[in-house]
Write a protein that binds this ligand. Structure first.
Ligand SMILES: Nc1ncnc2c1ncn2[C@@H]1O[C@H](COP(=O)(O)OP(=O)(O)O)[C@@H](O)[C@H]1O
Ligand SMILES: [Mg+2]
Length: 264
């Protein structure tokens, strides 16, 4: 069952968004005319060629990147700085964990200064349980595999009880088995918590498998080239979902939008 609420104010919204970045060649429009609305509880993936502006778009939504035109709103309010309840998970988990802190204390990092000790403890334990990390709570992150380190970063985000989770290729550096397992954990947690998720990936199968909607950035400067509803029901399964004709059809459409030649 999906938890998407289709009426009311969008959790995140861009209207005619324009973003300009200054590089060696001067100021360049990276995004122009981006229109996007993400509903509360929706899981939206963002795909696009490398360098198309996926990370830039996520940074705008997270209040980390200023805009040159148009609008970016979170729960109806213009974004100016990181909005309350919006948490970003980066691909590079190794640099976001503190090596001198145990897993448990890394997970507490985002809440320890604004929660009571008791509440902090409860939230940390609940977040560790959501990603099956209780047994490693006293370990140090550098002693863990890449997949476990990424689970620590996700647990830290979950402990903050975000209403919106922004994820930038969070499983990009992991092997296929670990990736599939984390996809399923994320799926379970998202269904249980109703968190809105914007998930940047370059993996077409991952995007279709996880999402309520797949958005493909296209063009230079980029805008939304395709927005595709994924009506595959939930829960999903790595084997049976990926065998469904409608899954294969969606996958085909996304590859085509990314400019892959599809043989007849
Ligand atoms: N700080 C920056 N200054 C100038 N150009 C940048 C900066 N960061 C990224 N870019 C350029 O903006 C474009 C989009 O980058 P990015 O959002 O990281 O793309 P993606 O995440 O889709 O790979 C790229 O062409 C990149 O070279
Ligand atoms: Mg990127």
């Amino acid at each position: 069952m999906s938890t998407v609420q289709k009426s009311g104010v969008a959790a995140l919204e861009c209207q005619d968004l324009r973003v300009t970045l200054v590089g060696a060649a001067g100021a360049v429009d990276i995004l122009r005319g981006v229109d996007l609305a993400v509903q509360p509880g929706e899981f939206v993936s963002i795909l696009g060629p490398s360098g198309s502006g996926k990370t830039t778009l996520l940074r705008v939504l997270g209040g980390l990147q200023s805009i040159a035109g148009g609008e970016a709103r979170c729960n109806g309010t213009a974004v100016s700085g990181p909005p309350d309840g919006v948490v970003t998970v980066f691909q590079d988990y190794s640099n976001s964990l503190l090596p001198w802190r145990s897993v448990r204390r890394n997970v507490a990092l985002g809440i320890e200064s604004n929660c009571s000790k008791q509440e902090c403890r409860e939230r940390v334990e609940a977040a560790l349980a959501m990603v099956n990390l209780q047994a490693s709570a006293d370990e140090y992150p550098w002693r863990l595999s890449g997949g476990m380190q990424q689970r620590v970063q996700i647990a830290r985000a979950l402990a903050m009880r975000p209403s919106v989770l922004l994820m930038d290729e969070p499983f990009g550096a992991l092997d296929a088995m670990t990736k599939a397992s984390l996809q399923d954990q994320l799926q379970r947690v998202q269904e249980a918590t109703g968190t809105t998720v914007v998930f940047v990936t370059h993996d077409v199968e991952e995007a279709v498998y996880l999402s309520d909607r797949v958005v493909v950035l296209a063009g230079k400067p980029a805008s939304v080239g395709l927005s595709l509803d994924v009506d595959l029901g939930r829960p999903r399964d790595q084997i049976t979902t990926k065998e469904r004709p409608d899954y294969l059809q969606l996958r085909h459409q996304v590859y085509a939008a990314l400019g892959h030649e599809v043989p007849r």
